[in-house]
Design a protein around this ligand. Structure first.
Ligand code: NAI
Length: 694
């Protein structure tokens, strides 16, 4: 049952019951339309109340239907809204908690609206690259006026019901009984005729043309590559310039256009991908979790300090352990400096600074971390050091404590083997700065317990991060792929590019930062150390030696005043470097390479398809559970352009046959050894399939 029908005296109450948010899928729409018709046919009914059970009035359309014919199957959302609007008996929307998208559009089609305070009211379609397609752009301006409606529709952000007096006929007291109040209201208006309809009103603004011109300019500047925000402006404009029915038709047409744009597909993909990432086969949602009330962090360097802040920001007290008092002081000072800077920028109140600092305690002794529910190790990236830390933790931590490592490349199973409780060990790979970046790669070891995994996934959510589970391999999902991307960037330098050309091509593609600017920011010495470790352990993989030469010159990046670019003292703006250009030319000459002009397309394809090809291997090996998890890693941790939906989704959009053909072309060129097509990619391309299904 997705909606229930009940009589309260002479008032029919239709209650959506489609958890979690009363999405208006086909079954719910059908029952609601049947309910309104039944109430109209019942001579004893004088008015109708529509409300929602549980945690929402309605969260809106069921967006899973967007990719199926169901959204267009009668009764559509339009039909439901029209049925309410054309009812000959008054229809009252009784709103609480969440009233969004199609839910708000339905409420706007009702004759009256009654709400509890605190309800989140929004038309968030723009966040999925769409516009409200069931009359929202035509009705909301008729209720709130052009400006307030446009702000809500273009931002998609929720507004509290008590802040929208024009939208509601009554905003009740916080503890009022919503249904009883709505029924009483419905009884009062039962005799009103003609019934008030939003569609009959005018969308007001004292100077609509000037306002719309300014809005177009402002929105175009902020929208970047996304077409939806401007389309929102145009459809809202139609509420002023067109009669209602014509405006509705225009809205429908623009909605249908947007739904097929790659940008909207990408945003919808990311929306579902984020939800999917939290679902782990064999670890059901009701898997018991361990309580996390206290945490400890080992190592107060760049990552340890950031991880401590991430925990503290979520209200979890942290004990920070270091090997020396100097290092501890440095870490504590860094944390305080970050919070003080946030206060300086008005992002944090001085009281919150005091509260947050009170949640961090420093120590040099393992006995002080023993009672933590989770301990996260962030010491040097050195297996022997980490093994020693885990042996100590094994000795002191209370039974049941989760032992996590922030390693970015090392073998979590080997680290777990240093303890007598490998089931409690897990990788929590944060990204720098750890209190800001959304991604948390959760590395599941061979022995990691399901409850430990479920607990850390829940912790990611509590820290407002996107948790993505990875299996154990060198570099996990993100860094294993980025290595292939960086590798291609290096080869391109030898073959004819400059760092700024490569960065420019990737930034025009939509990356927040190209590979060389990124490396200068993170520190070129990090990759250098990894390459040296690899060369000692497992020689084999070819890569451009230009990056090593750069490091030999001490050009570690922004922190040393120069890397792939030159930086003026105290500045972060990259300037092309003649020293680096000379280095690249010398290396190309040494290798006997005749440098050639290389265009944006080749640059982008070589770097992005290197990600895709490695991603396909990671998927095939089961390191990632699904292609969309890889996309989430790249969208939330590596600045991959959101409007392209992640590397695997992008490959699907390009078509896997085209991707494979390009890879085969690169395999025939210089550095072809780096281009063996992943078997999964070759197979899916041959079958005409995609990574993300279908
Ligand atoms: P860092 O060098 O800034 O900090 C390491 C800290 O650990 C130092 O303060 C050091 O005094 C302390 N330490 C070393 N041995 C210790 C021990 N036995 N007991 C207690 N403290 C000890 O290094 P960073 O960058 O914070 O990296 C830490 C870990 O996080 C590494 O495993 C690294 O691979 C990983 N990581 C680093 C990222 C980055 O962007 N820097 C990103 C993601 C992971």
């Amino acid at each position: 049952m997705s909606a229930e029908y009940a009589l309260h005296g002479t008032v029919a109450v239709i209650t959506f019951n489609n958890p979690p948010v009363n999405g208006l899928g086909l079954a719910t729409r059908t029952t609601a339309v049947d309910g309104i018709r039944r109430a109209q046919d019942d001579p004893d009914v004088t008015a109708i109340v529509i409300t929602g059970a549980g945690k929402a009035f309605s969260g809106g359309a069921d967006i899973r239907e967007f990719n199926s014919p169901k959204a267009l199957t009668e009764p559509t959302l339009h039909t439901l809204i029209r049925t309410a609007e054309e009812s000959v008996k008054p229809v009252v929307a009784a709103i609480h908690s969440v009233c969004m998208g199609g839910g708000l559009e339905l409420a706007l089609g009702c004759h009256y609206r009654v709400a509890l305070p605190g309800a989140q009211v929004a038309l968030p379609e723009v966040k999925l690259g769409l516009l409200p397609g069931a009359g929202g752009t035509q009705r909301l301006p008729r209720v709130l006026g052009l400006e307030a409606a446009l702000n809500m529709i273009v931002s998609g952000n929720p507004v509290l019901s008590e802040k929208l007096p024009a939208l509601f006929d009554e905003v009740l007291a916080p503890n009022a009984d919503l249904v009883a109040s709505a029924v009483a209201f419905a009884e009062r208006v039962a005799g009103v005729r003609p019934l008030p309809k939003v569609r009959d009103r005018q969308a007001g603004h004292p100077d609509a043309n000037a306002f719309l011109a300014a809005a177009r300019a402002r929105v175009a500047a902020a929208a970047g590559p996304f077409p939806a925000p401007l389309e929102c402006v145009e459809t809202v404009a139609a509420a002023v310039t067109m009669p209602f029915e014509q405006g509705l038709a225009f809205e429908r047409e623009r909605f249908m256009h947007l739904i097929h744009t790659p940008e909207s597909r990408a945003l919808r993909h990311a929306f579902f991908a984020e939800r999917e990432a939290a679902k782990i086969p064999g670890v059901p949602a009701d898997t018991p979790r361990r309580p996390i009330e206290r945490a400890a962090v080992i190592g107060a360097g760049t990552m340890g300090a950031g991880i401590a802040m991430a925990l503290v920001n979520a209200g979890i007290p942290v004990t920070l352990l270091e090997s020396s008092s100097q290092a501890l002081d440095k870490g504590m000072t860094a944390i305080r400096a970050q919070y003080e800077s946030a206060v300086g920028k008005g992002k944090l109140t001085p009281e919150l600074l005091v509260q947050r600092m009170a949640l961090v305690t420093g120590t040099l002794h393992y006995r002080d971390v023993a009672t933590a529910d989770i301990v996260i190790e962030a010491v040097f990236e050195d297996l022997a050091v980490k093994e020693a830390v885990f042996r100590q933790l094994d000795g002191v931590m209370k039974p049941g404590a989760i032992l996590a490592t922030n390693t970015s490349t090392l073998d979590v199973d080997r680290i777990a083997a240093a303890t007598s409780r490998p089931q409690d060990v897990i990788g929590t790979h944060f990204f720098s700065p750890a209190h800001v970046m959304k991604l948390l790669e959760i590395v599941r070891g061979r022995a990691t317990g399901s409850d430990v995994l479920a607990t850390v996934l829940a912790l990611a959510k509590k820290l407002k991060k996107t948790g993505v589970v990875s299996g154990v391999c060198d570099g996990f999902i993100g860094n294993r792929m980025i290595e292939q991307y960086v590798r291609q960037a290096g080869f391109l330098l030898e073959e004819g590019c400059t760092p700024s050309q490569v960065d420019g091509a990737l930034e025009r593609f939509g990356f927040a930062m190209g590979p060389f600017r990124m490396s200068d920011l993170a520190g070129n010495d990090i990759g250098w150390a990894i390459r040296k470790r690899r060369a000692a352990g497992q020689p084999g993989m070819t890569y451009s030696k230009v990056a090593d030469r750069l490091c030999e010159l001490g050009r570690f990046g922004q922190k040393s005043g120069g890397g792939w670019y030159d930086y003026r003292p105290g500045e972060r703006t990259p300037h092309p470097s003649t020293e680096v250009d000379a280095l690249i030319l010398a290396r190309a000459q040494e290798l006997g390479i005749e440098r050639r002009a290389i265009g944006d397309q080749e640059i982008v394809e070589r770097l992005v398809y290197a990600l895709v090809n490695e991603g396909a291997r990671i998927l095939e090996e089961g390191i990632a559970l699904r292609a969309s998890d890889i996309d989430m890693v790249y969208l939330t941790g590596y600045g991959f352009p959101l409007f392209r939906g992640g590397p695997m989704f992008h490959a699907d959009t390009v078509g896997l046959r085209n991707v494979l053909a390009a890879i085969e072309g690169f395999a025939a060129g210089r550095h072809g050894e780096a281009w063996q097509a992943a078997p999964l990619l070759a197979r899916l391309a041959a079958e005409g399939k995609s990574f993300n299904g279908g």
